[in-house]
Design a protein around this ligand. Structure first.
Ligand code: CAA
Length: 258
């Protein structure tokens, strides 16, 4: 499948998706979001792909939803068309892990896309923000919700109400990103993290992703019960036997996703 707004590659067992609208700082139009959803869905079905990395350019992961695409739209247009709902659903439906490798601007929908990923590795030049307030609107793909869960109410209010940008160091301190590395090391670090995930049992990895995501939805006792039951269910897999036998035999486990 040839894409116009993204570049896809398989690096070992990792599906790498690069957002590619450089002239618009990777602004997210419906074509780009559609192609991204399709590429991820194809990777989800492809047994050779075990983890994804989504990245942008050195200057911009993505500078937001495409303002020029939205400028002339009315309430009826965006409400009746349910702007961004199918696109977000397509990303959130992916069961294999997705890492966002963020350099430069991750603003508005760009910050929100990064937060839809399972974790964010940032370069030291990364800048996060929800500047929609400056456009007379508000975040529409999770900027008031996921950001609040990740960095807390005070900082989320600050970001959403003032529209200020947060640098990589503050983003790491606030819990928005998991690691910060020099720009030149960003892809090496993200691909290496993805490569490590790709070595594990895919059954275990998908179960962990589901369980961690439940933490945002469920009260603690329900979340712990969900975790405990999924933990129990993994004892039905051959990979549990292999993982524990390999430990006892002091060798590398050979997982078969069974
Ligand atoms: N949509 C459409 N085009 C965009 C864009 C966006 N979000 N961000 C940048 N561009 C375009 C610019 O219009 C410009 O195009 P032209 O050369 O044709 O004029 C090109 O990308 C380069 O941008 P700048 O010249 O502005 O670059 P800069 O280095 O001076 O500034 C920036 C960079 C600070 C990121 C600035 O581009 C900017 O503020 N962008 C908008 C950020 C923003 O408001 N994002 C939120 C969008 S709304 C949203 O995302 C809604 C939601 O939650 C779903």
């Amino acid at each position: 499948m040839a894409y116009e707004t993204i570049i896809i590659e398989t690096r070992g067992r990792v599906g790498l998706v690069q957002l590619n609208r450089p002239k618009a700082l990777n602004a997210l139009n419906l074509e780009l979001l559609g192609e991204l959803g399709q590429a991820l869905a194809e990777g989800q079905k492809n047994e050779k792909v075990r983890c994804f990395v989504i990245t942008g350019s050195e200057k911009a992961f993505a500078a937001g939803a495409d303002i020029k695409m939205m400028a002339s739209q009315s309430f009826v247009d965006v409400f009746a068309g349910d702007l961004f709902t199918p696109e977000e659903d397509a990303i959130m439906r992916i069961r294999k892990p997705i890492i966002a490798a963020v350099s430069g601007y991750a603003l508005g929908g760009g910050c929100e896309l990064a937060m839809m990923c399972d974790f964010i590795i940032a370069s030291d030049t990364a800048k996060f923000g929800q500047p929609e307030v400056n456009l007379g609107v508000m975040a529409g793909m999770g900027g008031t919700q996921r950001l609040t869960k990740l960095i807390g109410r005070a900082k989320s209010m600050d970001m959403n109400l003032t529209g200020r940008f947060m640098d990589a160091e503050e983003a790491e301190r606030s819990g928005l990103v998991s690691r910060v590395v020099p720009t030149k090391d960003l892809m090496k670090e993200a691909l290496s993290a993805a490569g490590k995930i790709a070595e594990k049992s895919m059954i275990t990895v998908m179960a962990i992703k589901e369980a961690v995501n439940r933490a945002e939805q469920l009260p603690l006792t329900e979340g712990i019960l969900f975790e405990r039951r999924v933990f129990h269910s993994l004892f039905a897999t051959e990979d549990q036997k292999e993982g524990m036998d390999a430990f006892a035999e002091k060798r590398e486990a050979q997982f078969r996703d069974k």
